[in-house]
Every structure is written in structure tokens, then in C-alpha cells.
Design a protein around this ligand. Sequence first.
Ligand code: GRF
Length: 221
Amino acid sequence: MTNTTRANSPKKIAVLISGNGSNLQALIDDQTQVPELYEIALVVSNRPDAFGLKRAQQAGIPSLCIDHTAYDSREAFDATVQNVLEQATIDFVVLAGFMRILTQAFTRNFLGKMVNIHPSLLPKYTGLHTHRRALEAGESEHGLSIHFVTPELDGGPVILQAKVAIEPDETEQSLQQKVYHQEHIAYPLVIRWLCRGEVSLADNHVIYQQRRLEHPLTIDA
Ligand code: GRF
């Protein structure tokens, strides 16, 4: 899907959201720092009330809602999203709080071209309510993972993790805020690597600066 005729042009990314879009905002802000590297060419939400759509509009970024409730099947919804992304000649798909499970066909189509951010230190706490579950389990640290998307839910090879300490008086809300803060630093960093070709996927492994990663990269709070 990468358009080789624009090898030296900014990479075109699409950000898929379902809600608040604070990670989208972090990318909007980052993009203005490196306009030669990437542009957010499209924002897609599956929910019409997603605040992230307003963020896109305020930034002058093309956006649209593809309401999943209007589709009979996951396959039909994903096919529409895929068509929209291909029409927009997108280089990379960035999932940022996109709360839909994608079909295997969709994930295979964008293999190596699609990343997700998940609020836990994967493989721990796939799925929802990760902050609460980490607290309830008595963890001393928590964090986020940015990974390539594969057909396995929250299971693709992890590029980068950021850790935060869990303090004795930690609440679900305070932990969420700490993780959010790190998310907004980490995601733009990884998107820059991706767009520079410094990180890629090969044989279900992350390649970073031409070396296969044995463990995710880390940044500490
Ligand atoms: C983030 O915590 C992200 O890790 C998870 O969903 C949340 C999205 O938040 N996948 P926002 O919409 O970017 O504010």
C-alpha cells in the first residue's frame, strides 16, 4: 500500500479512534514539529460522538465517522474502513483508543503497517480495565505497550513499553493519569520511528534500527 512514488514525501497516517482522542491530540501536536516526516491525513471514528472527531476538525484534518452500528457484520464494517484507507493512500494505520475488534482479514491486510497502544505492560492485562486489574493484583508497576497489530488481540510484537510505579496510595484514576502522560510521550516517538523506517515488522518480530528486538524497548517515567 505504501506509495513508492512519494518516497521522500511525508508519510500519510490514518488515526482510528472511538472516544476522547488524547493520543490523537498528542500526534496532532507532534506532527506540527515534523511536518516533513508525517501528516495525519485522515481520522476515522466508529462512534459519531467521539470527541476526537472535534480535535481533528479543529486541527483541519479530514475526518469521518463510520458508525459500526450501521453494519450487519464485522466483515462489512472492516471492508468499508479498509476501502476508505486505501482511497486515501495511507502508509500507516494508527489505532488510538479504537474500541473495535478487527477481523483477521483486516489485520492481515495492514500487517506491518498498523500499530496499537495498549494501557498495560503486555502480555499482562490484555483487554479492558487494565489499571483496575493491575491495582487489584497488587502490582508494583504498570504502564503501556505499543505493538504491531496482528490477528491475535493485543498480542502483536511489542515495539516499546513505558513503565510507571504504582504507589501505595494509588487510585485507578491517578494510575490512569500517569499512564496517559507516558502514552502521550511514547506514541509520537514510535510513530516517528515508523515513518523514518527505523522500526518494522519481519517474521512476527520487531526490527529496530536493523536489529531484531529480543525484548521491547523501554522508557521509564
Ligand atoms: C488509551 O489508554 C489507550 O492506551 C487505549 O485507549 C485509550 C485511548 O485514550 N487503547 P484516548 O482516546 O487516546 O484519550
